[in-house]
Design a protein around this ligand. Structure first.
Ligand code: C2E
Ligand code: MG
Ligand code: MG
Ligand code: MG
Length: 285
């Protein structure tokens, strides 16, 4: 009886792995044409600087698959990396973000900064600088409005190659932020080795605020260390009022998370920006 049970579990597991495999192949194929078929779009999530009262935005890519519905970037960006589609997608994301930023500027939001995410493959691509400057030139956008968010793991892949790449991007006026800061084993080790401007504390640390004394101490220490190294600090995944209060008190410059807004399509930005402005006003009282 128990043996049969074990055998059927294995069969079930194999069927499950088969499903995952089939889905992956399918996504790989469909992603090739997703760009042409205009199935990708950008959502925008505000990043809020409470003390200055300013708002910036992070562009987050979305894939609306005709049969499978919305597919998370956490699922398709790794596939895009493996298949090299990431380069086309990355170009499209930056161009679209430039265009949307221009629309916002024309609507009177002159000082909004725009963050885009770069994965390891994009970042280590020899053509990156050319691609980026070509897009900024043809879209007539100033790179100084842009923040590039790069994960720790991307930077740690080829530490020696990374420094000159970062320097070139910075010379163009682009701000460099380390995304998901703190999750890798070497987080503290590279802080002073790379020319970066900002860190985004990973959501897993922010989650511990207000229910875990040691967790709070870690966030406090990351903020204070970053400040000593003259780095700008953003907290990601801020969901509660307690977290906002704690982060304000510890001098964290910028916050982002569902407390302020989820990522939204471009069309919803006027409403969302107004909502965030009212939150800033409430907290500054
Ligand atoms: P990320 O850059 O660290 O983005 C933060 C993720 O956390 C986003 O998920 C966002 O929707 C989610 N998030 C924001 N606030 C909260 C919160 O308060 N609570 C919780 N639980 N989650 C929150 P999303 O949009 O699914 O993106 C996942 C990841 O995919 C991103 O992580 C980024 O690494 C990658 N990604 C997204 N867009 C792009 C892109 O255009 N290019 C590249 N290369 N990667 C991208
Ligand atoms: Mg990011
Ligand atoms: Mg992040
Ligand atoms: Mg993340």
């Amino acid at each position: 009886y128990s043996k049969m049970n074990g055998t059927s579990r294995i069969a079930e597991y194999e069927a499950h792995m088969q499903d995952i495999f089939v889905k992956k192949i399918r996504l790989e194929n469909d992603l090739q044409i997703a760009l042409e078929k205009e199935e990708l779009s950008l959502h925008y999530q505000p990043k809020v600087n409470m003390s200055l009262g300013t708002i910036s935005l992070e562009a987050l890519v979305r894939w609306n698959h005709p049969q499978l519905g919305m597919i998370s970037p956490a699922e398709f960006i790794p596939i895009a990396e493996e298949t090299n589609m990431i380069h086309d997608i990355g170009r499209w994301v930056l161009r679209q973000a430039c265009r949307d930023l221009k629309k916002l500027q024309q609507a009177g939001f002159y000082d909004i900064k725009m963050a885009v995410n770069l994965s390891a493959r994009q970042f280590l691509d020899k053509q990156l600088e050319n691609i980026v400057s070509h897009i900024f030139a043809t879209e007539k956008t100033s790179p100084s409005f842009f923040v590039f968010e790069i994960t720790e793991t991307a930077i740690m892949k080829e530490p020696a190659e990374v420094v000159p790449i970062l320097q070139k991007l910075k010379q163009r006026g682009i701000t460099i932020a380390i995304d998901d800061f703190g999750v890798s084993y070497s987080s503290l080790n590279y802080l002073n080795r790379f020319p970066i401007d900002a860190v985004k504390i990973d959501r897993s640390f922010i989650r511990n605020i207000s229910d875990n004394q040691k967790g709070e101490e870690i966030v406090r220490a990351i903020i204070s260390l970053s400040h000593q190294l003259h780095l700008f600090v953003t907290a990601e995944g801020v969901e509660t009022e307690e977290q906002v209060r704690f982060l304000l008190e510890k001098g964290c410059e910028e916050m982002q998370g569902y407390y302020f807004s989820r990522p939204v399509p471009f069309e919803q930005l006027p409403v969302v920006l107004e909502h965030v402005q009212s939150l800033i006003a409430r907290w500054s009282k």
